[in-house]
Design a protein around this ligand. Structure first.
Ligand code: NOJ
Length: 675
């Protein structure tokens, strides 16, 4: 909302025709709110919504990275910070969390969600709902969440944004619905404020007009009491989908299906009244939508406090609180994933002379990631700044980046200078997020060539990746000694990367999405159903002729500067639960934190089940030599699955239980389970 000449629809607000406005200009929001409250017939306050996805001014890591901390408390705290900042800035409705389980890294929006696993995504969902909506003791501390995108948007064919999706009922219920269900359950403690319908069609019915997903599942079976908003322009797009003859038809279908609010078009405003008069739409449908929206506005306290006090706006505009910067840094540090560290090149000595390479390294504006708005450039710490802040002796040679040509002279100087080269490569923010699908997910531009030239110098090269999606890194993993996955970590990115590079922080993040060797392996995900011919030596098994049959780096993977060993997995059936225990030992020479992971496999079932499914995790801090028993009590209720009628079933039989530091390297025990 910054453009001076923008139409803010003041007249429509005055006429009572607008219920919500999107924007992050609190002064303007107060002006518009005044019109709604004081000049419209009913005086109903506006609800001001905005895309605060991973922070407003205190921008923390993109979700695909943050979920890799496997730290629920952290995920909750960052959401609370976002809620507080939003309220201080006149925003009471955040279009988050984004809960699309995503398995195809060609889709640019993988960056916005918590990765490929429904269990982790459900834990993320609960943490975010608690953080955004949980503390209702004072209006300054909570906002209405808008859980999105409902549903199955991430399975757009070919990873092409907005594309069609098709799947079985069991697939929908087992993989894509769980985080949304978890959000409703968690929200029940306060109020489940709102959901956003997704753009895609699901099995032929656009989710904007899908009565099965909106009315039967979301509002019916899950009992979601808040309202559902379309995605921007979603109702009109039903005409392009070819499911509605015209805008009025689309609006009527959407309202009937359970959509309560129209984002981005005037279709509800222009057509629903007449549709009711013409007998095309029962008035009760609109009454219900109004009741749901008013319930959320009331819950937010907008009737008592419609305006944002000038002091909070001023305070917000002046400076980012230190505690917010510190939380952004903690989240960034915990989200970094060490993929490879041959010869223990990392951590590097603080007195080493560093040649820092890559245009991304010096560009503070690139640290925030997709969907960041409201941040201040002065709060952003580039990797160059971060290394300097850490007291490093660093010389910066941009050399080139995701776009454009390489600078030969700079490459020469970077190679001649310095004891160690830190090369920052990856993607620009604009290469992931909405409408940023890619057919090739290798490092863009001439960055491979750049890395090749740097390694040819013979100097140790530390490659820091800055990206919004899993990249196909087969080439890099074969040739480069060190790979540090740093994603888009938010405003404290530079300080966090520096603290890991110099060893002040021992990396503990894990991958929330599997990384392939080559793009053609997408979708690659660990929890795939088994085939009748699992990939093996024989040609006639499920694999590619020209790519490995597994991920380069699987879900849950991430190294540390120390090493961990898993011993003595014990599973006891206690009747209602499985009591699982495993010993995790720090076998290296420094303190570190490991994310211990528990998986299961239903070996024989009436539907083909995934080869592994995450069922629990714990972060464990261990001193050198220390061993600790990590336990998980897994209720047997969690061993079931949804069938093709959408019914949850528990089937007796053989199960495997696994524990380990990633989804591949695990201990296992088999047992017969009766329910
Ligand atoms: C489109 C996006 O799909 C959605 O995630 C976002 O919240 C809305 N536009 C509003 O900006």
């Amino acid at each position: 909302m910054s453009a001076a000449k923008r139409d803010y629809h003041e007249d429509d607000i005055r006429a009572g025709l607008v219920g919500s406005v999107m924007g992050n200009d609190p002064v303007k929001a107060n002006e518009l709110q005044k019109i709604a409250v004081e000049e419209s017939r009913l005086g109903i306050p506006l609800i001001i919504g905005f895309d605060v996805i991973h922070g407003l001014r205190g921008v923390f890591p993109i979700a695909i990275a943050e979920a890799g901390s496997f730290d629920d408390d952290l995920m909750e705290r960052t959401a609370r910070m976002a809620a507080e900042e939003s309220r201080a800035y006149g925003i009471s409705w955040n279009f988050a969390p984004m809960l699309d389980v995503a398995r195809d890294a060609r889709w640019g929006r993988v960056s916005e969600g918590p990765g490929e696993d429904p269990y982790l995504a459900s834990r993320f969902a609960r943490a975010k709902i608690r953080g955004l909506q949980g503390r209702t003791d004072s209006a300054e501390t909570y906002v209405a969440a808008c859980v999105k995108h409902f549903v199955a948007y991430s399975t757009c064919e070919g990873g092409r944004d907005y594309n069609t999706t098709s799947m079985s009922v069991s697939q929908l219920y087992n993989v894509y619905l769980p985080p949304f269900k978890a959000a409703v359950e968690e929200g029940a403690a306060t109020a489940m404020a709102s959901f956003m319908a997704s753009f895609n069609d699901l099995n032929g019915v656009p989710c904007t007009v899908n009565a099965w997903t909106l009315r039967d599942i979301l509002k019916g079976a899950y009992g979601m009491e808040g309202f559902v908003v379309s995605d921007a322009n979603g109702i009109r797009e039903c005409v392009s989908h070819g499911i509605a003859a015209n805008e009025r038809d689309a609006g009527v279908q959407a309202a009937k299906a359970g959509l309560d609010m129209d984002m981005g078009t005037h279709i509800f405003r222009d057509h629903l009244k007449k549709a009711i008069e013409d007998g095309l739409l029962p008035v009760e449908v609109v009454d219900e939508a109004v009741r749901r929206i008013l319930t959320v506005k009331t819950w937010l306290g907008l009737f008592e406090r419609p305006y944002t006090p000038e002091e909070t706006i001023r305070a917000y505009a002046e400076a980012l609180p230190e505690s917010h910067a510190a939380l952004c840094r903690e989240a960034a540090e915990k989200s970094i994933v060490l993929l490879k560290n041959e010869g223990n090149i990392l951590p590097i000595k603080r007195d080493a002379k560093v040649s820092l390479v890559g245009s991304l390294a010096g560009n503070a504006g690139e640290v925030v990631g997709a969907w960041s708005m409201g941040w201040e450039k002065k709060d952003c710490v580039s990797i160059l700044d971060g290394l300097r802040n850490a007291g490093a002796t660093v010389r910066y040679y941009p050399c080139g980046g995701p776009e454009g040509e390489l600078n030969e002279d700079e490459i020469q100087s970077a190679c001649n200078d310095g004891d160690v080269i830190v090369a920052v490569v990856g993607e620009l923010i604009s290469m992931s997020g909405e409408a940023s699908s890619k057919a090739d997910i290798t490092l863009p531009g001439k960055q491979r060539e750049l890395l090749e030239r740097l390694t040819a110098s013979g100097k140790p090269v530390v490659t820091v990746l800055m990206n919004g999606r899993p990249l196909a890194l087969g080439w890099e993993a074969e040739r480069l000694p060190v790979l540090l996955e740093a994603w888009h970590l938010g405003i404290q990115m530079g300080n966090a990367v520096a603290s890991v590079i110099f060893g002040d922080v021992n990396p503990s993040g894990k991958l929330t999405s599997s990384f392939p060797f080559v793009t053609g392996q997408e979708p690659t995900y660990y929890n795939h159903p088994n085939t009748g011919r699992p990939a093996g030596k024989s040609k006639f098994t499920s694999k590619y002729l020209d790519a490995p049959a597994k991920a380069l780096y699987p879900f849950g993977y991430g190294l540390s500067y120390t090493t961990f060993a898993y011993e003595n997995l014990r599973v006891t059936d206690t009747g209602d639960s499985l009591d699982i225990a495993v010993t995790v030992r720090n076998t290296g020479s420094r303190e570190g934190t490991e994310v211990a992971q528990f998986y299961i496999r239903d070996v024989t079932a009436s539907l083909v089940r995934p080869v592994k499914e995450l069922k629990g995790y714990r972060r464990v801090a261990l001193s050198p030599g220390e061993a600790r028993e990590v336990r998980l009590t897994l209720s047997k209720r969690n061993l079931g699955f949804y069938d093709n009628r959408g019914e949850y079933v528990l089937e007796d039989g053989l199960f495997r239980v696994y524990a380990g530091g990633d989804s591949e390297n695990v201990l296992e025990q088999e047992l017969d389970v009766r329910f």
